[in-house]
Design a protein around this ligand. Structure first.
Ligand code: FDA
Length: 385
């Protein structure tokens, strides 16, 4: 193998490092065990309708980091899409995050910001945040029992497959309540979706004669030419797979939640009128429905009589499932520290990304931390400035 750097994982973290190294003239081999690049940000056209589907769940790009914004704009333009989420509770649709519109609709009232603030403070006084014994008490201490029971309790139980009274209070530190009618989901400086889709963006990052991509290649499969035994110690490696897998789970498994997606093409031009509808109640088994045509209202190529929806179900991940969200219990954090100790003994292996560091990272965070790793460590390591 003729490479100055091997990168395990072609998600945004791996591809950012690959692109930077290639720009410096270094030869890079990127491997991925999936049959496509892009990691969880990968999207593809639905074969029946041509509608772009985010295969691993809705991906909304947003950042307030100028360096990241400048960098990503080298590869794609962005639409002016602004994300908004609604939730269905008892057959009525409310705007999220909880805001003055949600509160007034829920209490059938016309509270001013000050009146609503006073009401929620009074309802939240049932528990003290500092002494809350579980997630339920903590949530009530933040937004009061009525809003908690309507919008948080069953949804959280579905996400975690666990009653909130059995979940640790520390899972939530805050529950945003806005005392105005602003229901933009993100408050970052820049927000939008890639004009010609995530995969076009991702492919442009990998488009260099210095980058070789090998798909369907698992780093731990010794029948493949690029594998852990063959490579580590010979060539610098950036590893963005699960950190516990790298060390063969020697310190125990880190717990993740995963998602199951159920995709359907429906014979209507518009199913729900918006991109994401949450389902707050226990009686509905899924947590939300995505309708992909609404991510790109500017595209006139989409059919007027068909739409693609995806129902999302949440559960704990087994070893063979896709790891999506770190569970992050105290045991997990102790294991992670043990893995970090082991990492320091791995010569020339750089752990990064969501799976390699066991933390939830938005895309801009994955790209930002890859740029930091490149600027602070790898560039000099590979003979740059
Ligand atoms: P990522 O997981 O993308 O890539 C890791 C790659 O490593 C994968 O392609 C995997 O196949 C590969 N790999 C693992 N083990 C391997 C092995 N042994 N051998 C070879 N390859 C291996 N962010 C955001 O900004 N806005 C959003 O709306 C969302 N929404 C969202 C929804 C859901 C459901 C999830 C799970 C995540 C998001 N994200 C998000 C986060 C976004 O997906 C995340 O920031 C990026 O995927 C992080 O990129 P990484 O490169 O770190 O990991």
């Amino acid at each position: 193998m003729n490479a100055d750097l091997v990168i395990v994982g072609s998600g945004f973290f791996g591809l950012t490092i690959a692109e930077r190294a290639a720009a410096l003239g270094r030869r890079v081999v990127v491997i991925d065990r999936r049959n496509h690049i892009g990691g969880n940000a990968y999207s593809s056209a639905d074969p029946e309708t041509g509608i772009e589907v985010h295969n691993y769940g809705a991906h909304l790009f947003h950042t307030s980091n100028p360096a990241v914004w400048e960098y990503v704009n080298r590869f794609t333009e962005f639409t002016n899409y602004q994300h908004k989420v609604y939730t269905n509770h008892n057959g009525v649709v409310y705007p999220l995050p909880v805001n003055l519109g949600t509160i007034n609709q829920f209490f059938q009232a016309a509270y001013s910001p000050g009146e609503a603030r006073a009401l929620i403070a009074e309802q939240a006084s049932e528990f003290d945040s500092k002494t809350a014994a579980n997630l339920e008490e903590k949530a009530i201490s933040l937004i009061g029992r009525p809003l908690y029971e309507a919008f948080i309790r069953d949804y959280t139980a579905k996400q975690w497959q666990t009653d909130p009274t059995e979940l640790a209070a520390e899972i939530i530190s805050r529950l945003p309540v806005r005392y105005n009618y602003d229901n933009r989901y993100f408050s970052d400086t820049w927000e939008g979706l890639p004009v010609d889709g995530y995969t076009a963006w991702i492919e442009r990052m990998a488009d260099s004669p210095n980058i070789e991509v090998r798909l369907d290649t698992d780093f731990f499969d010794e029948s493949q030419p690029v594998n852990k035994t063959a490579v580590v110690g010979q060539v610098p490696v950036v590893y963005t797979g699960p950190v516990d897998r790298y060390f063969d789970y020697s310190e125990g498994e880190l717990a993740w939640r995963t998602l199951d997606f159920e995709r359907e093409v429906l014979p209507v031009g518009d199913y729900q009128g918006t991109t994401v509808m949450n389902y707050a109640d226990a009686i509905i088994p899924y947590t939300r429905i995505h309708e992909f045509r609404h991510f790109h209202p500017e595209r006139d190529s989409y059919p007027a009589d068909k739409t693609v929806i995806m129902r999302e179900f949440s559960r704990f991940a087994g070893r063979d499932d896709e790891p999506y969200y770190p569970v992050n219990t105290a045991d997990d954090r102790a294991r992670l520290l043990a893995y970090r100790d082991l990492q320091s003994g791995e010569k020339d292996v750089f752990f990064g990304g969501r799976l390699g560091t066991y933390q939830y990272l938005d895309m801009h965070m994955a790209i930002g931390s890859a740029l930091s790793m490149w600027n602070n460590k790898l560039s000099a390591h590979l003979g740059g400035e």
